[in-house]
Ligand binder design. Structure first.
Ligand code: ADP
Ligand code: ADP
Length: 224
């Protein structure tokens, strides 16, 4: 069955209908790209799915549990244990080294430092950034920073990784490498990926595309 589904989502910001009946579903291990023009509601949809934004109406179900019936505490516990996040700009903590950044979600879950950093380093190896362990985010390139951010998103073993324009700040070569590493790493742990992008080249790494237009979503058959 589906891991994450959303039905009939509506969300208004004042007079703007950011979501106007959008729906979504993803199976375990599936990579889905949410596409569409700027302002069409992609990020709002992603944030609703991730439990960061509450829709005005509609139902979101994760693993049989309805998000809106959970308390804020339950929802944030769910986000910490089941979800990983990658943003356009890595959003790494500038004061921490790269390995400390990757280890951070584990430290927040109470994992002892040595163990957290050992797990962090193994993820950094898979993303080919383990040599950056002692550097701070300001000392690494954009592509390297995104790979560190992906290692951080995967370090807790999430079942869904949400990625909002993860390659938006990269040139196309670095963007493709980041997508390759992200999808490989997610597939190796059977994590699903929900990816927002406006670039067809990035969406090509997905199993399925959802197009959002004026707050409405549509499933696309991949033209091969
Ligand atoms: P996309 O990700 O496709 O660019 P968004 O989901 O960011 O689209 O935005 C959809 C619409 O909702 C846009 O018109 C945007 O201006 C509006 N919007 C999104 N978030 C907010 C907000 N926090 N406050 C007011 N308007 C918002
Ligand atoms: P990548 O292909 O891994 O993204 P680049 O080709 O952009 O890397 O950069 C090559 C090297 O230059 C990197 O190893 C990095 O140390 C350094 N570098 C690139 N951009 C920056 C930056 N904005 N700040 C500091 N160092 C950078």
């Amino acid at each position: 069955g589906s891991l994450l589904t959303a039905e009939n989502l509506y969300k208004a910001y004042g007079p703007t209908n950011a979501l106007d009946g959008a729906g979504f579903s993803i199976h375990p291990g599936e990579v889905v790209a949410i596409m569409g023009p700027s302002g069409s509601g992609k990020s709002t949809l992603l944030h609703c799915l991730a439990g960061i934004v509450t829709p005005d109406s509609g139902t979101i179900t994760y693993d049989g549990r309805v998000l809106s019936s959970m308390s804020d505490t339950e929802r944030s516990a769910l986000r910490r244990s089941e979800f990983g996040f990658v943003f356009q700009f890595g959003q790494l903590v500038p004061e921490l080294t790269c390995v400390e950044n990757v280890a951070l979600p584990l430290r927040l879950n109470g994992t002892p430092r040595k163990e957290a950093e050992r797990t962090a380093l193994s993820w950094m190896q898979r993303l080919e950034v383990d040599d950056l362990r002692g550097k701070r985010p300001g000392e690494v390139s954009g592509g390297q920073g995104q790979r560190v951010a992906i290692a951080r998103a995967l370090v807790t073993g999430p079942r869904v990784v949400f990625a909002d324009e993860p390659t938006g700040a990269l040139d196309s070569l670095n963007g493709e490498r980041v997508m390759e590493l992200l999808t490989e790493a997610a597939r190796s742990t059977n994590a699903a990926v929900v990816l927002v992008t406006h670039e067809a080249r990035v969406a090509a790494y997905s199993d399925r595309e959802i197009v959002v237009r004026d707050g409405k979503s549509r499933d696309m058959e991949r033209a091969v």
